[in-house]
Design a protein around this ligand. Sequence first.
Ligand code: ADP
Ligand code: MG
Length: 277
Amino acid sequence: TSVVNRIAAGEIIHHPYNAVKEMTENSLDAGSTYIQIELINSSLGSIKIIDNGRGIKMDDMPLVCERYATSKLKEFKDLLKLETFGFRGEALSSISQISNVIIVSKPRDNPYGYQKKALRSPTEERRHILDVIKKYAIHNPTVRFTLKKDNSTEMSTQATLSTLDRIQQVYGASVSSCLKTIEYADSRCQFKIMSSDPSDPNYGRHNKKAYRLIDNNKIKKEMKLVYTGITNGINPPFIYVSLKVEPSHVDVRLLNEDEITDKITTALSANISSPTR
Ligand code: ADP
Ligand code: MG
């Protein structure tokens, strides 16, 4: 993942031609000697690319549309002797975020081919949108948010000064009533955690789904581990973390991630305790 972090530059697909460029580069990277590009409805309907390159290994199929999945770079120093167009592993993931992708491949030494589909579903899309709006709503309680879908209101909040009130508006009292607030500051970072307290009698009432308010995988994973140790992982917690660090400690990622994760989990462990029931 350190390679991943260092090459994390946004590769954004703005137009169909960006997608064609990326897919053509992929075909060239795969050693193709024939590349056929077919535009259906002048590229706005769909774009079909066929090549005769080395293909995609069956094991790699589920990964190719994941962010940062690349078969072209093993360690950071490989960047200095790169002979391929692609190395970031962002093109297919970006393309699959905004369009329906079907990949069919048969590597030369494989007897048969196989297919992977990354199809967008409107329900899933709506859920992602709701999810991200909820995150921003919690982090900005003074801003009034309304999310409408067709003619119905999916989410609507009142402006408030209190994060706790906002969490109640967005996730309900079953979540907000058993939160514990933990605050921490030193010269390198500041954070505020609002997270479910397993010793609260209401803990777990909300627990139907895991809330994903932190997009840093390492912090997320380690915080979950603290909870698993205490609750045996039966009820997923609600966790909100507001983290402030010096700008010099962030490029596209958190630079002192390990240190910060450590401080957060230490503070969390010291403040939550086992269910009393
Ligand atoms: P990158 O090219 O930066 O590695 P992409 O998102 O463009 O990332 O592609 C992801 C991976 O999918 C590639 O690393 C490669 O392994 C595989 N791939 C994509 N297109 C092709 C292709 N036409 N032929 C063979 N492999 C491909
Ligand atoms: Mg590529």
